[in-house]
Design a binder for this molecule. Structure first.
Ligand code: ADE
Length: 422
């Protein structure tokens, strides 16, 4: 890809004006990233650096792209989900000089084709959400993988995959697990997914949550966030878990806990948030109530057994945007949201800008760290350096006009001591 020619593939460039306003709106709510953008503009840490990013193409991602570009990077951006691209934003980014290959409604083949463009652009840095680009580069472009200075990974699912690669000793470049920063998962996974998942369900269905039984599979940070928000809107929340500690936590947080086989019979709305396959399986679909709604908040569309849903059905139709009605052989109707893909990004706009501000501040600063430490890091999965994580929290508090206390000298000494001197 030549530097002087901007290559891209998006749905409709004439949407760029609309996209520009969306980006402006997001930017207004992303003060930390704005600050980093100004720093990058001065320092140009990415001068001459080629970045390939596989992220949800949203207005928030656009602000991250602007930040990296201000730092001198040349960027190729592809979607990390075939249905999550905001086409107006994609068009606006092309106008800003980003090589975007993404549109909403990519087929599996088109999705892979775009990922290949990102791999073949011979990146110095690889930013990923879900691990598809990292794995593609490792499996099909081992020669190009050798040139990669480092990568970042945004989400839990991607980290699980990268951990497996690191364990097998096949990881070819260092990757920073952005997801594992406190200023990422405590806010993005919990409050971001919590709010945007409910947002997606409501935009798709406009149902009343008060009084409904909402079954949430998985009580990780995402499940916790969804449970908290569903409860806040008056739903009766049921948690299903495989981990005894998380299950116990859910019980003591005030939720009912039971196996999916039981929950399947009583739920009005089901939300999967486990990162695993067939969490809602054939046996569960068969006993659900007429009218039950199925949604997924996990990265891949594997948590609801869609093959079984098809096999158990005699017909299906799209009844509203993002809502497919399945008529089962047993006469009951089930409603699948967002084709079983991330309901918050397909039926709504993903996490609010305020939380992506912190997640993407970690992305931006981790990318800079990789460049600064070029050649010093091993092909391994690293946590976001603690000082970056703390810096993001400090900047966010400052932007929110919130002051906190500082340890006194006396308190610092006390924390270091272990004798009964006081
Ligand atoms: N993942 C979840 N929400 C997102 C958003 N708004 N932008 C990019 N990635 C996301």
């Amino acid at each position: 890809m030549g530097e002087s020619v901007l290559e891209f593939k998006v749905k409709d460039l004439s949407l760029a004006g609309k996209g520009k306003l969306q980006i402006e709106w997001a930017k207004k709510h992303m003060p930390v990233l704005n600050l980093i953008l100004e720093r990058f503009r001065k320092e140009e840490p990415f001068k001459g650096v080629k970045i390939s990013a596989c992220l949800h193409v949203t207005k928030e991602t656009a602000v991250l792209m602007e930040t990296l570009k201000a730092g001198g990077a040349s960027i190729t951006l592809v979607a990390s989900n075939p249905l999550s691209t905001q086409d107006d934003v994609a068009a606006a980014l092309v106008k800003e000089g980003i090589h975007v290959y993404a549109w909403r409604g990519e087929t599996e083949k088109e999705y892979m084709m775009n990922l290949r463009v990102a791999a073949e652009s011979n990146p110095d840095l690889v930013l990923d959400d879900g691990g598809d680009l990292h794995t593609l580069i490792h499996e099909e472009y081992p020669e190009l993988a050798k040139n990669v200075i480092g990568g970042t990974e945004e989400t839990t699912t991607g980290i699980i995959r990268l951990k497996a690669m690191a364990k097998q000793g096949i990881l070819k470049y260092p990757v920073i697990a952005v997801n594992n920063a406190y200023t990422k998962y405590l806010f993005d996974n919990r409050y971001g997914t919590g709010q945007s998942t409910i947002d997606g369900i409501l935009r798709a269905t406009n149902i009343l949550l008060a009084g409904k039984t909402v079954v949430i599979a998985g009580y990780g940070w995402v499940g916790r966030g969804i449970a908290l928000r569903a409860k806040g809107m008056g739903a009766n929340v049921v948690i299903t878990e495989v981990n005894p500690i998380k299950a116990l936590e859910a019980v003591m947080d005030g939720f009912k806990v039971m196996p999916m086989r039981k929950a399947a019979e009583i739920g009005d709305i089901f939300v999967t948030a486990t990162g695993n396959i067939n969490v809602i399986d054939r046996e569960h679909l068969g006993v659900m109530k007429d009218g039950a709604i199925l949604a997924n908040a996990g990265h891949f569309n594997v948590e609801i057994n869609l093959k079984s849903l098809e096999e158990l059905s005699i017909s299906k139709r799209t009844i509203r945007p993002s809502v497919i009605e399945y008529v089962l052989k047993n006469g009951k109707k089930l409603y699948l949201l967002a084709e079983g893909r991330l309901v918050n990004l397909v039926a709504a706009e993903g996490h609010p800008s305020e939380v992506m501000d912190m997640s993407f501040a970690n992305q931006a600063l981790s990318a800079k760290y990789l460049i600064e430490n070029r050649g010093k890091l091993k092909p391994y999965l690293y946590n976001v350096p603690e000082d970056i994580d703390t810096e993001v929290a400090k900047l966010k508090l400052k932007a929110m006009n919130i002051e906190i206390d500082k340890l006194t000298k006396e308190q610092e000494e006390y924390l270091k001591s272990w004798r009964w001197e006081y």
